[in-house]
Design a protein around this ligand. Structure first.
Ligand code: FES
Length: 161
């Protein structure tokens, strides 16, 4: 009825996974429903809001915009992969300390966009931060705080105060 299940092999947060998925399954659904990685949020499902943003091979990707099978063989990082045990990732810490969390729904997607940006460009300008995060929509008007939180991470990692 839904087509034959296909094998999917990928690495998520450093851990290898092998599972069978429907060919038409979206990556966001496989992460949330099959693998219970519910930190990745599901909002619009039309590739507009950015709530489902994850990192694939170092690039921020909206996981509702691709099929799970398109991630076959790739390295996926979700919000669950950022903290080191009880120690939050510096981006997560900065978001909390700077009050850039708001209702929290769009936060994981924003954090993942910030991670992809800072991994590629550890010293971005405000404009580059704004650009990297512009596809993460927020109903709570927290845009400036998000940008400032990323700037705090940049300052800390670049040896500033
Ligand atoms: Fe993927 Fe909105 S749920 S962009």
């Amino acid at each position: 009825m839904n087509g034959e299940l296909k094998e999917l092999k990928l690495t998520i947060n450093g851990k290898p996974y092998e599972l069978k998925v429907k060919p038409q399954a979206l990556l966001v659904d496989v992460l949330r429903k099959n693998l219970r990685l519910t930190g990745t949020k599901q909002g619009c499902l039309t590739s507009s809001c950015g709530a489902c943003t994850i990192v694939i091979d170092g690039k921020a990707v909206k996981s509702c915009s691709i099929l799970a099978l398109q991630a076959n063989g790739h390295e996926v990082t979700t919000i669950e992969g950022l903290a080191d045990g009880d120690k939050l990732h510096p981006i997560q810490e900065a978001f909390i300390e700077h009050g850039a969390v708001e209702c929290g729904f769009c936060t994981p997607g924003r954090v993942m966009s910030a991670k992809a940006l800072l991994d590629e460009n550890p010293n971005p300008t405000r404009e580059e931060i704004r650009e990297a995060m512009q596809s993460n929509l927020c109903a709570d008007e927290g845009y400036v705080k998000y940008i400032e939180a990323v700037e705090i991470v940049v300052k800390k990692t670049q040896g500033g105060s």
